[in-house]
Design a protein around this ligand. Structure first.
Ligand SMILES: Nc1ncnc2c1ncn2[C@@H]1O[C@H](COP(=O)(O)OP(=O)(O)OP(=O)(O)O)[C@@H](O)[C@H]1O
Ligand SMILES: [Mg+2]
Length: 256
């Protein structure tokens, strides 16, 4: 069975950046193939990984849901919706050497998508076991997981900045994970963008108050930000980059 790692946290704290480095680490450690899932409607994991995306699951969902109403259905005559979903699902898998990327795409329009979601969920479940690891970059909050579209997770990686509010937000996500009965084997916290890689006492106090398991601290590094601004994939950071080094150390503490 695939080991699912879900990355979650408040908006803009560096989830996608760290998710990309986590995928890169797993591939370098030959733990692949990895299924990378971009579950953020505002998808950009592909940019961090340096992958072009042709089609998202959202596009397929929309196409199937609209097919009945269209004058000319995009589904070929004689093909069932389930077969069409399977065929189209393949076009959504961006295949790289050590990982495949699946982009969930934008949120749904009006109407009931339960049936289409069910078809796509079945496709995901069918394929999931061909990947030893599946890494999910979530949007702020955990909607995809609480709605059951994505499988449950074995590892939850919570990401926060150094702010108390960021830590409180991941504290809420940790409780949501418990309430949804997701039962991950491990839940760990990464503090990102720490000035000089150091935590101040106030943040540490909040982490303890929230009862979170701190895996480690990733420093603020202007190169990461500059790469982003220049459109260079984060995975192209040099091996000795302090952010990559910190992530190596942190991931090593996870039981993967
Ligand atoms: N350690 C770091 N040092 C400097 N900049 C960083 C660091 N980590 C992330 N960033 C920058 O912070 C910005 C937000 O990062 P990212 O997109 O990964 O956050 P996110 O949590 O995925 O955001 P969203 O909630 O919008 O999906 C990006 O410009 C990224 O380059
Ligand atoms: Mg993101």
């Amino acid at each position: 069975m695939s080991h699912v790692i879900a990355v979650a946290g408040k908006g803009g704290v560096g989830k996608t950046t760290l998710c990309g480095l986590l995928i890169q680490y797993l591939c370098e450690q030959k733990k692949g193939p990895v299924l990378a899932v971009d579950a953020d409607a505002n998808s950009n994991l592909n940019e961090v990984l340096g992958v072009e995306v042709d089609m998202t699951l959202g596009d397929v969902r929309e196409e199937i849901a609209q097919a009945e109403m269209a004058v000319k259905s995009p589904i070929p005559a004689g093909m069932s919706k389930a077969d069409y979903a399977e065929w189209k699902f393949n076009s959504c898998l961006m295949e790289e050497d050590d990982f495949d990327l699946l982009v969930m795409g934008r949120t749904q329009g009006k109407g009931c998508y339960c049936f289409v979601n069910g078809l796509l969920q079945a496709q995901l479940q069918k394929r999931q076991n061909s990947y030893p690891f599946m890494v999910v970059d979530n949007e702020a909050g955990m909607e995809h997981i609480s709605r059951g579209i994505l499988p449950s997770m074995q590892t939850a990686v919570l990401v926060s900045d150094c702010s108390r509010r960021g830590v409180q937000a991941v504290g809420r996500i940790a409780r949501l994970i418990e309430e949804c009965d997701l039962k991950p084997q491990q839940v760990g916290l990464i503090i990102n963008r720490a000035p000089d890689g150091k935590l101040n006492a106030g943040t540490m106090e909040e982490i303890e108050k929230q009862g979170l398991n701190l895996l480690g601290v990733v420093p603020q590094d202007e190169t990461v930000y500059e790469y982003d601004c220049d459109g260079i994939p984060t995975v192209n950071l040099p091996k000795d980059s302090p952010v990559r080094a910190a992530m190596m150390d942190i991931i090593g503490k996870l039981n993967l």
